[in-house]
Write a protein that binds this ligand. Sequence first.
Ligand SMILES: [Zn+2]
Length: 689
Amino acid sequence: MAEQQTAAALTDQLKEFLKAFKDRDSNYKYFDRINNMMALGVPWLVVDYIDLDTHYPDLAKELTHKPDEYLGAFNEAVLFILREIHPDYEQEIGDKVGVRIGNYTVQKGLREINADLIDKLVSVSGMVVRSSEVKPLAKKVAYRCTSCAEVFDTQLKGLILKKPLKCPKCGEREFDMDPENSIFIDFQMVRLQELPEDLPAGQLPHYVEVTVMGDLVDQCRPGDRIILTGIVRIEQEQLAPQFKTSLFRLRMEGNNIEYLGGRAGNKDTRSVERIAISVEDERQIKAIAAKPDAYEKLIASFAPHIYGHEVIKEAILLLIVGSVSKKLEDGSTRRGDINVLLVGDPGTAKSEMLKFAAKIAPRGLYTSGRGTTAAGLTAAVIRDKSGIYMLEAGAVVLGDQGLVCIDEFDKIKPEDRSALHEVMEQQTCSVAKGGIVATLNARTSILSAANPMYGKYDPYKNITENVNLPVPLLTRFDLIFIVRDTPEKERDSLIASHILEIHRDVEHAAKPAIEIDLFSKHLAYAKQSAPTLTQEAIDIVRSYYMDMRKVESEGMITVTPRQLEGLVRLATARARLLLKDRVDAEDATRAIYLVDQMMRTAGVDVNTGKTDLGVLYGKPQSVVSKEKQFMEVFRGLAGTENNDVEDKVLVDELVKTGKFSNEEAKKYIQKFNREGQIFERRAGFWAKA
Ligand SMILES: [Zn+2]
């Protein structure tokens, strides 16, 4: 019995459903929502697909196959009900009314969108990687004939608007557009890309272009993870205005947008945990954490194929788990994310560690500082071939609420450098270009690796002279480690045998303490806990901080609250990793140990051999004291009248202090000249500026 339903009969049936449907608490769910549309000032209504499917399974099935017809009938039904209860509002919204389908269960993978689905309703999950500026789209364009003044119009078909050839009344070919009788709606293009976790290993992500209109415009931004419900459309590729090809491409026309895994302040959230942790997993995770050697085991499970580097592995684990971000009373937030930088010789397994971290971390992403897309690391505004401005998200936006591993950090583009300051402190990324102004979320931890400027790390130079990175960016890292390829015989043979063993017996040698799948789940699970800081831990961190300040107080650089926060973040991450309720003394002590390890390598001033936090700030104590000495000598020679100081005399006097070599003295003269503190008043003579 083929049901030949007329449009009117279908509308009646849907109207009946909307009016009569009661939820579990016996409320008229949809009638109430329609009744509220005017008060809320919205022209749309979300219909839960599961409600329809349980009451009218046939209708639900047909909706999938004939969405245009069914959504059209749904719109009519809503307007019909509105006409009965709020006729004025019905008049006001008319054309704009839209029924959206929520909780749609016909879900497809992004790579399953193909020609078989044309004009069908489907749901896909993905990440928004691009969004265009908002443009007015003509739904209907009206024309006025220049000779007889007849008004006639053309309707939009897909995205193509065909201009009429002649006036239907008199046949005239000249006519003007009549904006007053035309209908425009907001229009936006969005690109949805496969989620990294849905990506088959070694494959490039697929994407689909989505058009959204009316109220759906600006509902999602680059970096958002969404479930899009919409109709698959086909469109002829147009390479030039007058040149259509026989190539077609698929796009989706958005009907509804829901957010994956929650977005603050939005109720249309379908919370889907991407890493499913079963009850059995949870039991095993807790069992691991309860063992006395849990911490060592967890560290040993990180990149077991890489020999040594335990401290770095430990730091990376704490980074993956991270701390808890805090909302302060003044409304600002304190980041909970931990940032780590590895500086070292090429071939020291830095990249391997980054790749491993990206693989096991929830929402992990590996990228190069060179930038693989136009958007680079942060975000960019690009111009699409149709001329529309598009906002495209870079790695740190796509990695929102996750981990971004940036290899070749020293190769980042200058425009990314400045944007990264904002990302690493405020955890946002602002863009303002070509009519697009947006602030995107970039709440990510950053694990970076940088190569030394001259190929190999020079142990006789400080870190800031070894790596080509601006000091302000360096200070955004909680931990910096130097990974050196030191030719130590014993170590070499250990590494060699470790590698040989891996090749000999792949099964056993690289077998991690905790199996990788469970390890990954452990990290995801640990990320959900929020241990409280104990007074003990606070006291330990504070006294370390006070000691550091005391050492530093003679110089210009002092420990900033940023380091204090960094220690708290590390201690909290450790407690989380071990699934503890409280951040205790042990966690605080270990956090201090890690900072100490950094100070012993990256924080050593090679000029004095002492640890000095100033090294990481570009001005070690030794430089500060040399600068002081220089100015003292100079002032002594120039006197109160600011007399000219002869170059040769100045060099001699500086060398006499015992703090400068001949060469250094000359270097410092140039430095002070460059910084505008002294200038060459006449050839070979210096004066104070
Ligand atoms: Zn005419």
